[in-house]
Write a protein that binds this ligand. Structure first.
Ligand code: N01
Length: 537
C-alpha cells in the first residue's frame, strides 16, 4: 500500500551506513542541529570493521594514525595496544565513538536502504528500506564504503561445493572450524595475504589459489610500548594537524630524488631501510619516480622479488609468488605477517592459476586444468566491487527518473567525488574520483564529512535548500582526474582501482591521484567561492 508523502521532510538527513564515515557524519549533522537517521545493513555499527572479521584481519595503517583526528579528548582517552590494530580492536574503538557521542539512538541497524528517489515537486529524497520503512529527507549522504559489496570468483560450480564457503568479508561471527580440515583459499590480495598464515596454523592442509601475485611487505607488527603511546599523545595535536595537511593522511617524509639518478648500492640501502620500517608506503616513498617511471619502478619491484626469493625455500614457488606482470604499487601492496614463510610449510600448497587455471568448483574441491584439489572448506578472498558497487547497488533515482546506475553506466561521474549532476542534495563520502582509497581513509572521511557539513550549514544560513553539481563542473573534474591518473603508472594495471576486477565493469581509474593535500585545497576553494561548479537554490 503506498503511503502519502508529506512535503516537509520527516528528517533533515538520511545517512546510509554506520561505519567510520556514517558515524562521523551523524555526529557532525547532530552538532549542526539536523534531525538525522542512519540506516545500517549490519546488526552493529562498524562498516568495514564489522564485516571483515576473517582470521588475521587488521588495518595496515598504524593504529595511532588510523583513527579519527577530530577530537583531542578522544585521542587522549583511547589507548591502542598494537602498532597495527586488529579488526576487533578497531570495532571496539568505533563502538566507543558511537557511545561517547550518543550516536546509537539515531542508527537503525539490520536495515538496508534499497531505494532513494529524488522527488521533483518538493526536492526531497524518499528513502525505502528492506524493512518496508519509507522516510523523506532533504539531504542524503551515502557513507556506504569503498569495499562493501563482496565479489565472488567467476568460476562455475560454486553452488556445488559440499562444504562451507565463506567470503572473507562475510566471515561468521562465531568463526569457522578449520582445525583438521583441508582448506582452499582463492585470492591473494590484502585479505588473502592476511588470512593465509592464520588459516595455515589451524588447517590440516591449505591450498592457496593465486591468479596474480602481490607485492607484500613485512608489517613488523608489535605491541605498542607505554612510552610510545605517551609520546604520541603528547604530540597528538601537532600530529593530527600534520595528517590533515599531508598528501595521504599520514605523516611521512616525502622523497626528493629519482631512483634512476641514484646508484644501485645507495638505492638498495634505501630500499632496505624502507623495508625494515614495516610501513605500507615506505618503499614507494623512497624515490619520486616509482609511480611514474616504469624503469624506476622496476628497481623497487626487483628488490621485493629478491626478498621473496630469500624467504621462500622452493625457487619454483618463490618465482610463482613474484609479481612480474605489473609495476610495484599500482595494485595496492599488502603488509604481511608471515605470508611468504607460510609457503615453506609442508602442508601448504600454492596453485599458480596463470599456469593451471581453475575450471570449476566441484562438490569435493577445486578442479584446475591440471588436477582436482580436495577441500573441506572454501575461503573466497576474492575482493569487492569496490568504489562504485555500494552506490550503484542502491536504486538511487535522480532528476528525470534517471538512476545513478544508468548515469554511471560508462563509469562514475562525480564532481570532487562528492556530488553528481542530476542528483541534488546527494553526497558521497569518499566517493569515486576523490583520493579516498589512496589515502588514510579516516582522514579522507573526515575531510569529506566536514565539507558536506559546512555545505549544508551554508545552505541553511542563506535559506537555500538545494545544491547540485553542474554537468560542466563534473565533466571538468572527471577529465582532470583521468588526466592526473594518466601521468602515473596506475591506470594500465588491472586492479580494483580500475574496475578491472569485476567483469563488465567500465574501466577507469576510480580515485584521484593528485594528492589529498591538493584535493583538500581544491575542495576548500570551491566552498570559499560559494560552491563554484554547483547550482544552489
Ligand atoms: O581483494 P583484492 P582484497 N579466480 O581485490 C583474486 C582493502 N583491505 O579483499 O588479482 C581467481 O585486492 C584476485 O586475483 P587478481 C585494501 O584496500 C585492506 O584482498 O584479480 N582469483 C586477487 O588475488 C585491499 O586492496 C586490508 O588476478 C580471483 C584476490 O582475489 C582491498 O581491501 C585488508 C578471482 C582479490 O584481491 C581489497 O582487498 C583487507 C577468480 N575468479 C582488505 N577473482 C588491510 O587494511 C578474484 N580473484 C590490511
Amino acid at each position: 500500500m503506498s503511503q502519502s508523502v508529506p512535503s516537509a521532510p520527516q528528517v533533515d538527513a538520511v545517512i546510509v551506513g554506520a561505519g567510520a564515515a556514517g558515524l562521523y557524519q551523524l555526529h557532525r549533522f547532530r552538532q549542526l542541529g539536523l534531525s538525522t537517521r542512519v540506516f545500517e545493513a549490519g546488526d552493529d555499527i562498524g562498516g568495514t570493521w564489522y564485516w571483515n572479521r576473517y582470521p588475521g584481519a587488521r588495518c595496515d595503517i598504524e593504529s595511532m594514525t588510523y583513527s579519527y583526528t577530530f577530537c583531542p579528548e578522544l585521542d587522549q582517552e583511547w589507548v591502542w595496544s598494537e602498532k597495527y590494530a586488529t579488526q576487533p580492536e578497531i570495532l571496539r574503538y568505533l563502538r566507543h565513538v558511537a557511545d561517547r557521542f550518543g550516536l546509537r539512538p539515531h542508527i537503525t541497524l539490520s536495515t538496508r536502504v534499497l531505494r532513494a528517489v529524488h522527488q521533483e515537486d518538493d526536492g526531497l529524497w524518499e528513502i525505502t528500506t528492506d524493512t518496508g520503512e519509507r522516510v523523506t529527507a532533504r539531504f542524503l549522504v551515502m557513507a556506504s564504503g569503498c569495499a562493501t559489496v563482496p565479489k565472488e570468483p567467476e568460476v562455475p560450480g560454486l553452488a556445488e561445493f559440499a562444504g562451507p564457503v565463506h567470503h572473507t568479508s562475510r566471515w561468521p561471527r562465531d568463526g569457522v572450524e578449520l582445525a583438521g580440515r583441508r582448506v582452499a583459499v582463492i585470492g591473494t590480495g590484502a585479505s588473502g595475504v592476511q588470512c593465509v598464515p592464520l588459516i595455515a596454523r589451524q588447517a590440516a592442509a591449505l591450498t592457496v589459489f593465486q591468479r596474480t601475485p602481490v607485492y607484500a611487505l613485512p608489517a613488523l607488527n608489535r605491541p605498542l610500548t607505554g612510552a610510545e603511546v605517551a609520546a604520541r599523545k603528547d604530540d597528538y595535536p601537532a600530529f593530527r594537524a600534520a595528517q590533515r595537511a599531508s598528501k595521504g593522511g599520514s605523516v611521512f617524509t616525502m622523497p626528493t630524488r629519482s631512483a634512476l639518478e641514484t646508484d644501485e648500492r645507495e638505492r638498495t640501502a634505501a630500499y632496505e631501510h624502507a623495508w625494515n620500517q614495516g610501513v605500507l608506503s615506505a618503499l614507494l616513498r623512497s624515490y619520486t619516480d616509482l609511480l611514474v617511471d616504469v624503469d624506476a619502478n622496476e628497481t623497487a619491484a626487483e628488490f621485493v622479488r629478491g626478498k621473496i626469493r630469500a624467504t621462500v625455500s622452493d625457487p619454483v614457488v618463490a618465482e610463482a609468488l613474484s609479481p612480474r606482470s605489473y609495476p610495484f604499487g599500482t595494485k595496492r601492496p599488502c603488509l604481511d605477517s608471515g605470508y611468504y614463510e607460510t609457503f615453506n610449510e609442508p602442508h601448504v600448497t600454492l596453485v599458480d592459476l596463470r599456469r593451471d587455471p581453475i575450471e570449476e568448483i566441484t562438490a569435493k574441491g577445486v578442479r584446475t586444468a591440471g588436477q582436482e584439489y580436495p577441500a573441506d572448506v572454501l575461503v573466497l578472498a576474492t575482493g569487492f566491487d569496490s568504489m562504485t558497487g555500494a552506490l550503484t547497488g542502491v536504486d538511487i533515482v535522480g532528476r528525470g527518473g534517471v538512476t545513478l546506475r544508468e548515469r554511471w553506466g560508462a563509469g562514475p561521474l562525480t564532481y570532487l567525488g562528492l556530488l553528481s549532476a542530476g542528483f541534488p542534495n546527494l553526497f558521497t563520502v569518499t566517493g569515486p574520483l576523490s583520493p579516498s582509497v589512496l589515502t588514510n581513509m579516516m582522514v579522507s572521511i573526515e575531510q569529506h564529512v566536514e565539507w558536506i557539513t559546512d555545505c549544508v550549514a551554508y545552505l541553511r544560513e542563506r535559506g537555500l535548500t538545494s545544491i547540485e553539481a553542474t554537468p560542466e563542473a563534473e565533466r571538468d573534474w572527471v577529465e582532470h582526474t583521468a588526466g592526473t591518473a594518466a601521468r602515473t603508472l596506475y591506470p594500465a594495471t588491472d586492479s580494483w582501482y580500475t574496475g578491472a576486477n569485476v567483469p563488465g565493469k567500465p574501466r577507469g581509474f576510480l580515485a584521484y591521484t593528485g594528492g589529498a593535500d591538493v584535493y583538500r585545497a581544491r575542495c576548500d576553494a570551491v566552498a570559499a567561492g560559494g560552491y563554484e561548479g554547483c547550482v544552489l537554490r
